[in-house]
Design a protein around this ligand. Structure first.
Ligand code: CP
Length: 319
């Protein structure tokens, strides 16, 4: 078996603190360059293939927009009209795509670890766009970028991840990244939706959100991942909302400057009420906007590291 492509992005767990910082500082420079009307054609001549075996709105579109903003080409692979439907395997599918066109694959799949398996077979880099309940590294990076943008720094901040932690790839990637950047992370939710041993992830945990909210700088609310549960692990969504939902009364316990994130899609009235999702603490749509910028930084680093390095020394230094 071959080693994975050396510059694939498969997990946040494997990222070093300096690599995370590099992605965040590149994102900041890209944001400034775009604001100033500068073009950043670092993917000129490069084709990025989006292979989404699970549904997506934000991640797929933001990878597409990010590629286009860097002057690259995008191919969106349509699972339902492909020869996967005739029984072709996933590995044969990606080997054929590699033979035809792609310089980089962005992969989302319901099986945890599938991007790692593909990376061992391919010569081109892979970016994990979410694999089962395992990881969603670019979501972790964009959440970190958003927190740093809004609060100035992540070091020393108290961050709560609330909800269905056990089935959440976002929670896992967030924990790895935020802890490496010096945050104190706590998870909170029903006992059946917390991982069996939260301390092993280096986080605190609580079953009641009210005891954590007054000290929190950031709350990351998560959707109940019904698609990853064999059977319902809470009595009902109404019961979940009553005890753990972020609503107006609970938000009153937060500091004025605390922020609320959610990776989306949000279920209004379940894990978050509409007035909170649209209220003054919410930075949910800023996360979505930042997703494009962060994915530009990731694509540039992975598809054209030399070009990015040169841009950072010249254009990036002047934006
Ligand atoms: N946050 C996220 O992964 O959203 P999508 O499923 O819409 O891509």
């Amino acid at each position: 078996m071959n080693a994975p492509h050396p510059i694939s992005l498969l997990t946040a767990c494997d990222l070093r603190r300096d690599q995370i910082k590099h992605f965040l500082s590149t994102t900041k420079l890209f944001a400034r360059a775009l604001q100033n009307g500068n073009s950043i054609p670092l993917l000129n001549g490069i084709t990025v293939v989006n292979l989404f075996f699970e549904n997506s709105t934000r991640t797929r579109i933001s990878f597409e927009v990010a590629t286009r903003k860097l002057a690259g080409s995008v191919l969106n692979f349509a699972v339902s009209t492909s020869s996967l439907q005739k029984g072709e395997t996933l590995i044969d599918t990606v080997l054929n795509i590699q033979a035809m066109a792609g310089d980089c694959l962005v992969v989302r799949h319901s099986s945890a670890g599938s991007p790692n398996v593909l990376a061992q077979k391919l010569k081109i880099p892979i970016i994990n766009a979410g694999d089962g309940f395992h990881e969603h590294p670019t979501q972790g990076l964009l959440d970190a970028y958003t927190i740093e943008e809004k609060l100035g720094q992540i070091e020393g901040k108290n961050i709560i991840i609330l909800g269905d932690i056990a089935h959440s790839r976002v929670a896992r990637s967030n924990i790895y990244i935020l802890k490496k950047l010096g945050a104190t992370v706590a998870v909170c939710g029903p006992p059946t939706l917390l991982p069996p041993n939260p301390e092993a992830l280096g986080v605190k945990f609580a079953y009641r959100i009210e005891e954590l909210l007054p000290q929190a700088d950031v709350v990351i609310a998560l959707r109940i991942q019904m698609e990853r549960q064999n059977k319902m692990q809470i009595p009902s969504l109404a019961e979940y909302s009553r005890i753990w939902g972020l609503n107006r009364e609970r938000v009153k316990l937060l500091k004025k400057e605390a922020i609320i994130l959610h990776p989306g899609p949000i279920n209004r009235g379940v894990e978050i009420s509409s007035d909170v999702a649209d209220g003054p603490h919410s930075v949910i749509l800023d996360q979505v906007f930042n997703g494009v910028l962060v994915r530009m930084a990731v694509l540039a680093e992975i598809c054209n590291p030399k070009g990015l390095s040169q841009w950072l020394k010249t254009g990036g230094a002047n934006v």
